[in-house]
Design a protein around this ligand. Sequence first.
Ligand code: HEC
Ligand code: HEC
Length: 240
Amino acid sequence: MKKKLFIPATIILLVVITLTGFKNINTVSNIDDKNPLQDSTLVTGKDIYLQNCAACHKPDLSGTPPSFPSLKDISKKYSREELASILENGRNAMPSFKHLSKQERDAVIGFLLGEETTAEVTTNISPVENGHRLFVANCSSCHKAKPDDPEPTGVKDYGMKPAVLGGINKVYDFEKFTKVLNAGPCYMPSFVDLSEKDKKDIYDYLSSIKNDEMPRGKMMHGKEKMCRGRGMGMGKCKMK
Ligand code: HEC
Ligand code: HEC
């Protein structure tokens, strides 16, 4: 009697584990964690001053009065808030520095007040470089970009190895590539939340790579070959 009950209970337990397990596999929980969109570097308030202000106010703050006032001992004339307002709004021949981040403006004000300050500034990276970073962060645990890349650590023994994706443009156009990313075949998560631009950047990065070992382009050749997951049944994607 005990044994008969035990077997169905085990099966139910296994089914529950399997279902929740696959759910986790196919969910991208927080894509922002894996989104190295921009690079940032730390610059000092002095650097910001030299780049943005020194042309008019001179590197040593002395200016060329009366046209360009000296900023030496500026703390005697203005409070931090007043300086912030001058930078934000500009004044007469002095341009506004609203295009700098608040952090950068605060850092340069700190510098004028004799403090040692720093600010983080974002540096623009090219689309292909952005694609490269996104690929490393989001895809390289399962896919190689080039055949001689190190073996990915996230590959599961489901019978099919995720393809080497360099030179992807020879097999998928961008539209089909997007479809694969949104679908998330087999145990690949869906990247439906990744922006169109990020998908394009990844596509362009992968397209820029020379690779003789082509992706297989399975998704193009009929659904029966598609390795599926996510509530659609596991299809041909089976554990060995
Ligand atoms: C294109 C030239 C130019 C640049 C660049 C410039 N300024 Fe000025 N700045 C001026 C001029 C001109 C004035 C005088 C404005 C007025 O009151 O008519 C001024 C005034 C000021 C004043 C007020 C001085 C006073 O005694 O009233 C501060 C503070 C100041 N600038 C800070 C900065 C900082 C910080 C930067 C860089 C982020 C900067 N400025 C960049 C031209 C410039
Ligand atoms: C957790 C592992 C995993 C991650 C992460 C992953 N994939 Fe996949 N990918 C797979 C699996 C498994 C398949 C299906 C097996 C196959 O056909 O290669 C697949 C298939 C593909 C295919 C179809 C390949 C073919 O052979 O036709 C493309 C394109 C693809 N993935 C792109 C990406 C991109 C781009 C990323 C990152 C944004 C990514 N994948 C992230 C596991 C993953």
